[in-house]
Unconditional design. Structure first.
Length: 154
């Protein structure tokens, strides 16, 4: 981690190193607030502003990716990959870029031809429900049916 910072000419501050370690050490795609909570376990006096500034710097240097949305999330995996997001709980899971090839490459070519753009990169997002949210939904649906039957029996 220290080498990644030094190789880009960045000062190796304690908060910067820990923010990078935290984001790279999880696959949960945390929000800045969650990163702040995790960093404070190791550096109790670090401010949310310091975490935000370091996240912005790490994103601009390509050491961390930012996933846009109503609450930006951060990804320590900077390799080419895509994401699937649970519509129930918001969990984000990495999907290897190779899983979508050669289809995404062909799609880039079609988009470039249609729009007249030179496509530099792309991101594919998938949405659905994770196994845990599907289980919860089935349990709720089952209990709602049971309640409806009890109500009809009265």
């Amino acid at each position: 981690m220290a080498d990644a910072l030094r190789n880009r000419g960045l000062r190796l501050t304690g908060p910067r190193r820990v923010v990078l370690e935290v984001v790279r050490g999880t696959d949960s795609h945390p929000t800045a607030e969650r990163v702040h909570q995790m960093v404070r376990r190791r550096l109790p006096r670090v401010s949310l502003g310091t975490v935000y500034r370091n996240l912005r710097l790490l994103v601009s240097e390509g050491l961390v990716k930012e996933l846009p949305g109503p609450h930006a999330r951060f990804d320590g995996n900077v390799s080419e990959h895509h994401h699937v997001t649970c519509l129930g709980c918001g969990r984000i899971v990495d999907i290897a870029g190779t899983l979508t090839e050669p289809h995404s490459r062909a799609l880039c070519g079609r988009v470039a031809a249609e729009a007249g753009f030179s496509v530099s990169h792309h991101r594919i997002e998938f949405y659905g429900r994770c196994p845990e949210c599907r289980r919860r939904r089935r349990r709720r649906a089952g209990s709602n049916r049971m309640g409806a039957r009890r109500g009809a029996a009265r």
